[in-house]
Design a protein around this ligand. Structure first.
Ligand code: F6P
Length: 391
């Protein structure tokens, strides 16, 4: 890799307040030298390391001198000056490793302008740490909330590149986020395993799939595993229609039914409530059921008397090694980010659109959610083969 000798012999982690830095080299002009910061923020997913590797390799193979500072545990590291200088070794052997070598945390965007318990102005602190390290840019890997803070830092004058991470695939401006297909694989396998036991026992099985407020993960895992009913937040369900689908299967000789239910699935009645009423209703439901799947299970049981079982794979969906698709996607996005940095082009998310990596201005995509539209091709195709969406 193209690190200079100085960095290759850095053995010690440089962690702590910026003023404690043990190394500081003068910024050089031109493309020969870059000094970048990296951070991963929000919930983790499978290809974070692979993406950072793509960025760093894309730079180190094209310039003589590269300094990489990793901020620990998301924006927390940037706020409190907790970082370490990374060497080539840090990026070796991490293509297949899940999680993030930098650690991550959730730092809500809405609290970024609120001083911390000691009165620290977080935005000012982040800017100061960026400038003290004399960074050329900060590469931020994260989902929607992370992206909003990335855009805020851009507005504050920092050079920012955002890379779209999430198993939810809900980032506007990119067809695909890294992490999504790895999670689809895991959720699909979970439903596959349920299939054999469901058919032996003639039961109704519900598998609850992550995805926050959107249904991409449930939709894809549901189709991939042959689920009979798929419930997603974008298509509020009518429980009688769900029961109708189960009974129709019974009449056709299938004693079991498998439902893939998104953690954000919502009934038709609840979807009609105003914001305040819905919040209250959700709080009441939370006292009765651990999650939406248990509510759906109770409603089906009450109407059919059938035995229902609920499985929640939960955070396993974010775990383990990235699948090959995500390794390719994250390498491409990371490499494209490196290209932008080499050209001194900042203020963008790097997305995938129609199979091509594209720069998307942060001001255009920040704060927007990519949801499944009820008339999406995937939904139409699934309905045509008899999958019920409970609508
Ligand atoms: O955004 C990724 C995600 O896994 C969502 O699908 C899920 O709703 C949420 O994070 C879970 O968050 P946490 O890890 O904080 O429980």
């Amino acid at each position: 890799m193209g690190y200079n000798n100085n960095q290759m012999i850095v053995k010690k982690f440089v962690t702590g307040a910026v003023k404690d830095r043990v190394q500081k080299s003068e910024k050089k002009d031109g493309k020969g030298m870059k000094r970048i910061g990296l951070l991963t923020s929000g919930g983790d997913c499978q290809a974070l390391n692979a993406t950072m590797r793509g960025v760093v390799k894309g730079l180190s193979h094209n310039i003589d001198d590269l300094e990489v500072y990793g901020f620990m545990n998301g924006y927390k590291g940037l706020i409190y000056g907790d970082y370490r200088m990374l060497t080539a070794k840090d990026f070796s052997g991490i293509l297949t490793r899940g999680g993030t070598i930098l650690g991550t945390s959730r730092q809500p965007f809405k609290l970024m302008r609120t001083p911390d318990d000691n009165g620290l102005d977080k935005v000012e602190a982040m800017k100061q740490n960026y400038h003290k390290l004399n960074l050329d840019c900060l590469v931020i890997l994260g989902g929607n909330g992370t992206q909003k803070t990335a855009n805020l830092l851009r507005e504050e004058g920092l050079n920012i590149i955002h890379l779209p991470k999430t198993i939810d695939n809900d980032i506007w401006g990119t067809d695909m986020t890294f992490g999504f297909y790895s999670a689809v694989n895991i959720a699909t396998e979970a439903i596959d395993c349920i299939h054999t036991t469901a058919s032996s026992h003639n039961r109704v099985f519900i598998v609850e799939v992550m995805g926050h407020k959107v249904g991409w993960l449930t939709l894809y895992a549901g189709i991939a595993s042959g689920a009979d009913v798929i419930l997603i937040p974008e298509i509020p369900y009518d429980i009688d229609k769900v029961v109708g689908a189960i009974e129709r299967r019974k009449r056709n000789g299938s004693g079991f039914t498998i439902l893939a239910v998104a953690e954000g699935a919502i009934s038709k009645e609840d979807a009609q409530l105003g914001k305040k009423e819905l919040k209250k209703k959700m709080e009441e439901d939370r006292k009765l059921y651990p999650s939406v799947s248990y509510k759906v299970a109770k409603e089906i049981e009450d109407r059919t008397g059938m035995e229902i079982r609920v499985t929640v794979p939960g955070h396993t969906q974010r775990g383990g090694s990235p699948c090959p698709y995500d390794r390719v996607l994250s390498t491409r996005l990371g490499s494209a980010a490196a290209k932008l940095i080499l050209n001194d082009e900042y203020g963008y998310m790097v997305g995938l659109i129609n199979g091509k990596t594209k720069k998307v201005p942060l001001e255009e995509c920040a704060g927007k959610l990519k949801v499944v539209t009820p008339d999406a091709q995937e939904i139409k195709d699934a309905k045509r083969i008899g999958i019920s969406f409970g609508d």
